[in-house]
Design a protein around this ligand. Structure first.
Ligand code: IPM
Ligand code: MG
Length: 371
């Protein structure tokens, strides 16, 4: 019997609640498909700071590396917003200091070398009315943001806050090597080949040298992908086009910061950020996580939408385990539940017959999956 070992990092806030619903789905998968799934939980983020004084304990990283895949919830919350920076280690890897929950996540991504963050954006037929954007604009939207995840301004040095000429200055560095650009661009081209064969490179090449280098590298690579139609957009224009005519997009490839911003924007095409899963892929490891955060304002109240996490499980089965059938079955279950008129709180005002809490929604999806 096939065994899949999955590291579960629930994290903080609603990360815990939505991950619990994904655990139900993993149970249901075992039942329906007769495969063996072993899960092992590890602390990360604020929960790990409380327990181990570091947002990414060694044991967590080790567990992730030993697993076949990692399911991540969300991290952060007001409680940990003002952790003092550990200046003792500041010299070498300031950004890898594990003294805020966010640094734990960034260090995890970096350590696992998961450079390609895949954020699919698709609109469920039943939720056409759920978006603040007109149904005719979003109908059939099916695009993917490919976000570079372990470099760029998130990690570039120098970075910091210091006093210059008697006042504080803050600074970060947006930096990419050509090999970092090439590997994410190749990934995006290959993804486009499996889809509608359109790739849009999003940058700020009219202002930033780092973006000009992206374009040079793309120009060198493009010859290897004659079947792909490549276009270029500046990020300000792309953020407008994304809501003006989202059907124009197939695969978008962009840097870490622009991808973070554009994917939150794109989530609103679907009706809620609570619907968007993601996969973070590297050469050796893969991490799956909803794109939403820990939502401290609704945490612990059974109000969260577990769909983004459960859809991340679907991505895991498709990408890491080559179990397309299982992935499809998960997506269909969510579609069916939505079609029946049942909604989570974030989608509540739109054509719902019944609003379910996070737990109950998790139960409903698992139940339909097993029918
Ligand atoms: C995301 C999040 C993270 C990011 C935060 C929590 C560090 O916004 O995954 O999109 O900026 O990458
Ligand atoms: Mg984000």
């Amino acid at each position: 019997m096939t065994t899949y070992n999955i590291a579960i990092l629930k994290g903080d806030g609603i990360g815990v609640e939505v991950s619990n619903q994904s655990l139900k789905m993993l149970n249901a998968i075992q039942k329906r498909f007769g495969i063996d799934i072993q899960t092992q939980e590890y602390l990360v983020g604020g929960a790990a700071l409380d327990a181990y004084n570091t947002a990414l304990p060694e044991s967590t990283l080790k567990g992730c590396k030993a697993a076949d895949a990692v399911l991540f919830g969300a991290i952060g919350g007001p409680k940990w917003d003002k952790q003092p920076t550990n200046t003792a280690n500041n010299k070498d890897s300031a950004h890898l200091l594990y003294d805020t929950p966010e640094k734990g996540l960034l260090a995890l991504r970096k350590n696992l070398q998961v450079y390609a963050n895949i954020r699919p954006v698709f609109v469920f037929e039943s939720l056409l009315e759920a978006s603040t954007i007109k149904p005719e604009v979003i109908k059939n939207v099916d695009l993917v943001v490919v976000r570079e995840l372990i470099s760029g301004i998130y990690f570039g040095k120098p970075r910091g806050i210091e006093v210059r000429n008697g006042e504080r200055v803050g600074f970060n560095t947006m930096i990419y090597s050509e090999s970092e650009i090439a590997r994410i661009v190749h990934y995006a081209f290959k993804l486009a080949q499996q889809r509608r064969k359109k790739l849009c490179v999003v940058d700020k090449a009219n202002v930033l040298e780092v973006s000009q280098l992206w374009r040079q590298v793309v120009a060198e690579i493009v010859k290897q992908y004659n079947d792909i139609a490549v276009s270029y957009q500046y990020v300000d224009n792309a953020s407008m086009q994304l809501i003006r005519n989202p059907l124009d997009f197939d695969v978008i490839v962009t840097n870490n910061l622009f991808g973070d911003i554009l994917s939150d924007e794109a989530s609103q095409l679907t009706g809620s950020i609570g619907l968007l899963p993601s996969a973070s892929i590297g050469d050796s490891y893969a991490l799956y996580e909803p794109i939403h955060g820990s939502a401290p304002d609704i945490a612990g109240q059974n109000l969260a939408n577990p769909m983004a996490s459960i859809l991340s499980v679907a991505m895991m089965f498709e990408n890491s385990f080559q179990q397309k059938e299982i992935a499809q079955a998960i997506r269909q279950s969510i579609e069916k539940v939505l079609h029946s008129g049942v909604r989570s709180k974030d989608l509540a005002s739109f054509g719902s017959t019944q609003v379910l809490g996070c737990e109950e929604m998790g139960n409903a999806i698992a139940k339909v999956f097993l029918e």
